[in-house]
Structure formats: structure tokens, C-alpha cells
Design a protein around this ligand. Sequence first.
Ligand code: PAZ
Length: 315
Amino acid sequence: MDTVDETTSFFDTAPLLKDGSGGGPRRVVCVTSGGTTVPLEQRCVRYIDNFSSGHRGATSTEYTPTSFKYFLKSGYSVIFLYRRGTCQPYCRSLPEDPLLECFRVTDDDSCIQVQVHESHSEAVKTAISKHHAVGAISLSLVQSCVSYICLKVSFHDRLFQEILRLIATSMKMLGPSGMFYLAAAVSDFYVPWESMAVHKIQSASGPLDMRLAQVPKMLSVLRKVWAPTAFCVSFKLETDKEILLEKADAALKRYKMNAVVANELSSRKEVVILVTNSGKVSVYRDNKDSDVESPLIKLLVDKHSAHMNTTKLPF
Ligand code: PAZ
């Protein structure tokens, strides 16, 4: 009978490989990105959604020819788990609605003309040239194991957790050189399958009265069972700044995260606060043409190196 050797995984050779800077075990980061949806009907017509664009996860992953240091540029292999329809690495310079945004409408003698809008054609060119840069590096990345795996899911909350479990258990062998960067906005509430309407909910029955259950906290299972020695970074988003740091501190302690990135909805692109056991650091973007992910990843990579130096391998 065939048996499955539990110690054999896709990442088996990874610890033998060197990272981008030429030393140390191979580092792998699992980036989660975008929002999750919660279905309201079993034959789902409607669902509860959230705001997350996936910009943070996508940006944090990229390899750019600039001095910005995101994960690929810092020598990491990246498993990018994102929700369909949200940003992917390298696509952020494209207009959000590429076809329509590429046109400018003018009303001239009641005749409508449609023209290509120059600023957008520039954005498309820039994005394509970045893709070429990726193509150029991908060969050497593939030769040194796998450097970028992209997993697209429709991101119903439960499916997301299941895929994360599979990734985490495959990465367990990496021990401290694995990292989780959990930037996805995962719903806190859901409708349990057994109490969910099978068919489309009817409006003729009057106002909708629905009870949502609390999603079990995945972070404690991730830390305790799936990835006990990995470097785990979770994110905390609030709109009320009075409670943000308190909640981030609580997450750090309760789930034994290595770092929690605290951010407010309105300022999340300009500043985040990195909360660790050694204190809190505000991380700002350098100017309006740069982004906060570059200094944030730099700090996290340093902290991950320290974690790798002080944490024993699980085998
Ligand atoms: O996806 P995006 O770039 O629009 O926003 C990023 C973010 C605010 C979703 C992320 O930084 C974050 O805080 N994620 C966790 C949200 C939470 O569940 O608290």
C-alpha cells in the first residue's frame, strides 16, 4: 500500500536553498490579501462583503527595479493567497476600470468623440514594462525552487481558512524561516450552513432578520497547531483610533503573534504602527509617491532575521 510520508512536502528542498542575499535558509512568506465574503444563501445570490482592495498584500509582494524592497526583492518566495477581483502584484498601476478609463468623452457639436486618455495609456505601459521585469527574473527564481505561487479564491470565509491551513501545514517544515503576512480582511461573522436559507431570500416576507455567528479565531490555531515556529504577522484595522492600539496589543498577546500591524481605515496608506513585544513603531511612507509597504517590509525582514537566529528548527 502506498503511504504518504508526512515529512515530505513541496518545500522539502527549500531549507537547502539560499536566499536572495546569498546566505541562510530559504525564506517563504504566505501573503493573504483582499477581503472575504460571507454568503447569505446556500445557492448564493447575496453576500456580505468588505472594503479591502488587496492593495497592501499585492504591493508587499512585488519585485520592482526601484530601491523599494518588498518580499520578492528581499529574497523571499511568496505564496500569494488573494480574493478574486482584488489587486494582484504589478497590476496596481493599471486604471481600475481599464477599458472605460482609457477613454475621454468630449461633446463637440452634439457629436460624442471618444479618445484614448494619455495618462492612462502611460499607466498601462508602465505596468506592462514591470511585467517584463518579472519575466526576466522569473527564470532564475524558478531555477532556485519556486518563488511565486498565486492562489486565487472566490474567498468565502470558510474556504479561505481551509486553504490557509493547507499552506501552513505544508510550510511547517520550514520552521522559523516561514512567514505569514496576514493582510486579508477576514470577516468576523458568518451564517452557519445549517441555518442558512437554501434559496434566494424573498423580500415579500418583510424585513430581514438574520443572526450571524462569530467566526472561530483562526490565529490561535495557526500559531498553536499549523505554524508554531513561523514568524507570524497579523493586521488590525479599526476606524476608532482610541481602541486601535489596545486591540493590536491584545492580538499580539492572545495569539502570540510576532508582530501586529495596526492601521486606521482613513490613513492606512500613509502610516501603520508596528506592534511587537519590544514596543510600538510608527511607520510612515517617505513621500506621496512612495508607499508605506516598503519601510514596513524592511522592518519585518529584519525582525524575521532575528527570529530565525533565535528560534530552533522543529526537527
Ligand atoms: O486591502 P487594502 O490595501 O485596501 O487594505 C489593507 C487592510 C486595511 C485590509 C490591511 O492592512 C488590514 O488591516 N487587514 C486586516 C483587517 C482586519 O481584519 O482587521
